[in-house]
Design a protein around this ligand. Structure first.
Ligand SMILES: [Zn+2]
Length: 161
């Protein structure tokens, strides 16, 4: 890319480091012409195809704001949401495709959100999966109950050993 100061078409990399989550590389660059220093961040492109057909870059911020609504009044912090958005990004990047359906992002949110807060999970699922009746809620709640029971059994079994 061009030097942002003098528009020289070339630059030299003087330092490069991978971000903590391993999803991006930050490079310190220096312009050989004016000596100006600047940084670039490189990430593999990941685009989301919205239901309307519009394509936009994946954004953790958007994941967080979508989930934040479902978490109103719940004991969920911004740090929790940031962690959730990161695991959603990792999950969708693991599919190996650079373009994903908005729908798949919703799916990738459900698992970690359920671990985070079951009430928020039910709220999010009811919107995302378009619950239409009380029965839909009952089915989802029953599924949570069954899983609780299974986990408790697994826990008890582990204690016996
Ligand atoms: Zn320059």
């Amino acid at each position: 890319m061009h030097c942002p100061f003098c528009r020289h078409p070339d630059s030299r990399v003087i330092d490069s480091r991978t971000s903590d989550d391993g999803l991006s590389i930050r490079r310190r660059r220096q312009c050989p012409q004016c000596g100006g220093r600047f940084s670039t961040v490189e990430t593999a492109s990941l685009n989301v195809i919205k239901r309307s057909g519009v394509i936009e870059p994946f954004s953790r911020e958007k994941v967080m704001s979508g989930v934040r609504k479902a978490c109103q009044g719940r004991p969920v912090t911004d740090a929790d949401l940031a962690m959730l958005a990161q695991s959603v990004e990792e999950a969708v990047r693991q599919t190996g495709s650079s373009q994903i359906d908005a729908n798949e992002i919703g799916l990738a949110i459900l698992g970690p959100l359920r671990e985070l807060d079951e009430v928020a999970f039910l709220r999010f699922a009811s919107v995302y999966q378009a619950f239409e009746s009380l029965e839909d809620f009952e089915t989802a709640i029953e599924q949570l109950r069954v899983d609780h029971r299974d986990r408790r059994r697994a826990h008890d079994a582990a204690q016996v050993d």
